[in-house]
Design a protein around this ligand. Structure first.
Ligand code: AR6
Length: 183
């Protein structure tokens, strides 16, 4: 599914984000920036040592990456030139600021993209795997955050793609697209 919104094409596809041919892919990382499972493990395996070295350097310099924030590293062996690592919230029932923190992940990632002259970016569904955020809810938060960024007076990447691993997640995001952007 593709939608043209102002200067940006917003795409929702099902697939493996490590194969994405974009300037930057976003990783659903942890605060320590230590390799984990899920999409993080897949990105680090595909990207190789350069990503690990850059994460270690950020750990030394800044102690990691707080929840809701984002940092950028090279993409190593990936097609993408960069990986933007953002740390989603762990789902604790919804009353612990999860939605604000998740929205912040998308906004900070897009801000880093713009600051690094990134024209195309792929996002996974942050927090909806190991961190347990309900996917229907997360999809609405994600697309609302992206919409908010697009309609601020910002420069915006020309392609924003969500690469969703499984059919259920893809369907949740298609439903959320209609909720957030209308039919
Ligand atoms: N391409 C696209 N999406 C993927 C891929 C892939 N190759 N692999 C998994 N997903 P998760 P989280 C989907 O658990 O919930 C790690 O250990 C997956 O199906 O990767 O934010 C980190 O180090 C799900 O829809 O991220 C953290 O400790 C989505 O990506 C923790 O997990 C997110 O699932 C972060 O947990």
């Amino acid at each position: 599914m593709k939608r043209q919104i102002r200067e940006t094409t917003l795409e929702l596809i099902q697939g493996d984000i490590t194969k994405s041919e974009v300037d930057a892919i976003v990783n659903a990382a942890n605060s320590e920036l230590i390799g984990g499972g899920g999409v993080d493990g897949a990105i680090r395996r595909a990207g190789g040592d350069e990503i690990e070295r850059a994460c270690a350097e950020i750990r030394r310099r800044e102690g990691g990456c707080p929840t809701g924030q984002a940092v950028i590293t090279p993409g190593g062996n990936l097609h993408a030139k960069y990986v933007i690592h953002t740390v989603g919230p762990v789902w604790k029932g919804g009353n612990s600021g999860e939605a604000e923190l998740l929205a912040s992940c998308y906004q900070k990632s897009l801000r880093l993209a713009v600051d690094n002259d990134i024209q195309s970016i792929s996002f996974p569904s942050i927090s909806t795997g190991i961190y347990g955020y309900p996917t229907e809810k997360a999809a609405v938060v994600a697309l609302t955050a992206v919409k908010g960024f697009m309609f601020q007076d910002n420069t915006v990447p020309t392609t924003i793609r969500f690469v969703l691993f499984d059919e259920v997640t893809h369907t949740c995001y298609l439903d959320a697209l209609r909720t957030v952007f209308g039919k």
